[in-house]
Design a protein around this ligand. Structure first.
Ligand SMILES: Cc1cc2nc3c(=O)[nH]c(=O)nc-3n(C[C@H](O)[C@H](O)[C@H](O)COP(=O)(O)OP(=O)(O)OC[C@H]3O[C@@H](n4cnc5c(N)ncnc54)[C@H](O)[C@@H]3O)c2cc1C
Length: 392
């Protein structure tokens, strides 16, 4: 039997590690990822200001797995009816169970000029490109840098840019204006109002200007245009306005319910899917949701494998009905975002800022790295987070 995990992000790694512990040794477990590295994406914005953090947040997949085969290759197609995937070199791999954990791409929503002129933040080279252009933009104190989209990645990117300006110039006011645009009526749309307010305040305190109800309608090399035709001149345009499916899924993020399946033996989870949980609630695309979904899918895959092996060993009775898939329910443990060297956390109804929030942020990142066995990297990250200079 072969179990295939596509994508080595949060969902893929959490799932592979569970399956390594629980699947019998005679089941092939294959993890396919186009980079061969596990990127701790929720810290990616940090690499804009501190390139050295890459050592802590990019981990060879062979380091976080122990029995799965890891293949570095791009998936180009998934045929759930035929139970087969195609790789970029034309190789076809058949499976008995497959989990699609390919994450998402940055969406341009067809807005003219956004793909050409908006810089996404999804992968390590994106952080390098944003840093390089921002350092150039710092030479233009009368200029402007626009960040489009104030979700988790946009607010944290704005915070990093403000902190980088302060580190380079001594004061954020000595650099270009940092303008964060959000089409909805608040930053961090979808989160609790108190959390949103605290994030907005933390950004303003650090010199970021925020405009809400500002819909990006176009971009060229020199400006961003808002709906209503207002043109905003800028030296740099960072675009974190939303996500869409990967090419391997034809640009779609398939909708899945609590069983996280698109077919009997094909699961889609993490950012790759639009998940509505077993209680009917939409699940935010997030690292914490991806890891939790992986636990549910691991359970379902183990049931499938158990049944198949029982059938092969002659116990036909079990095979009359497919095994019941695990149902996923999402209950957020809390949220924490960095804003430069500060942080804002929501734990239950309480919203924290200052040292408590910073500790929560450091604990979240380090806790995650610890959960995939990366204790050294976890310690380095805590040092980076709590020892970072220049907090206020
Ligand atoms: C800057 C930033 C900050 C964020 N902050 C937070 C936060 O504070 N809290 C939070 O919960 N979430 C945060 N997020 C969101 C979080 O990172 C994502 O929700 C999470 O990464 C989704 O996990 P995933 O496993 O579905 O996908 P990913 O982590 O994106 O993993 C997908 C994997 O699939 C691989 N892949 C993609 N396409 C192919 C292909 N065709 N073939 C083979 N492999 C492929 C990729 O290389 C990658 O390894 C943040 C995101 C960003 C960008």
């Amino acid at each position: 039997m072969r179990v295939l995990v596509l994508g080595g992000g949060y969902a893929g790694v959490a799932l592979t590690r569970r399956l390594e512990d629980r699947l019998p040794n005679d089941v092939d477990l294959l993890l396919v990822d186009d980079t061969g590295e596990h990127l701790v994406q929720h810290e990616l914005h940090r690499a804009i200001r501190r390139p050295a953090i890459v050592d802590e947040i990019s981990i060879p997949l062979s380091d976080v797995t122990y029995r799965a085969d890891v293949k570095t290759a791009a998936v180009t197609g998934i045929d759930a009816d035929e139970q087969a995937v195609t790789l970029a070199d034309g190789e076809e791999i058949e499976y008995d169970a497959c989990a699609v954990c390919l994450g998402a791409e940055t969406a341009d929503y067809g807005i003219p000029g956004v793909t050409e002129h908006g810089q996404p933040l999804k992968r390590l080279p994106d952080a390098e490109a944003i840093r390089a252009d921002f350092l150039d933009a710092l030479d233009r104190p009368d200029g402007r840098v626009v960040i489009g989209g104030a979700g988790l990645s946009g607010v944290q990117t704005a915070g990093e840019l403000a902190a980088l300006a302060r580190e380079e110039l001594g004061s954020v006011d000595a650099g270009p204006e940092l303008l964060l645009l959000e089409q909805q009526s608040s930053v961090a749309p979808g989160f609790d109002a108190a959390f949103q307010d605290a994030i907005a305040q933390a950004l303003r305190d650090r010199g970021v200007r925020i405009r809400t109800d500002a819909v990006v309608a176009g971009a060229d090399g020199d400006s961003v245009t808002l709906a209503g035709d207002e043109e905003i001149a800028c030296e740099q345009f960072v675009w974190t306005g939303g996500i869409t499916g990967t090419a391997a899924l034809d640009g779609e993020r398939p909708g899945v319910r609590g069983d996280l399946r698109i077919a009997d033996r094909t699961f889609v989870l993490g950012d790759a899917a639009r998940v509505v949980d077993a209680d009917g609630g939409p699940v935010p695309a997030s690292a914490q949701a991806a890891v939790r979904e992986a636990r549910a899918v691991a359970e379902s895959v183990v049931r499938l494998v158990d049944q198949e092996q029982e059938t092969e060993s002659g116990d036909e009775g079990e095979a009359l009905f497919p095994p019941r898939p695990e149902q996923f329910r999402f209950d957020a443990a809390g949220w924490v975002v960095s804003v430069g060297d500060g942080a804002v956390a929501q734990i239950g109804p309480a919203v924290l800022t200052g040292r408590a929030a910073k500790a929560a942020k450091a604990g979240t990142g380090a806790g995650y790295l610890g959960s995939v066995g990366e204790i050294e990297r976890a310690l380095d990250l805590v040092y980076d987070e709590l020892g970072a200079a220049g907090d206020r």
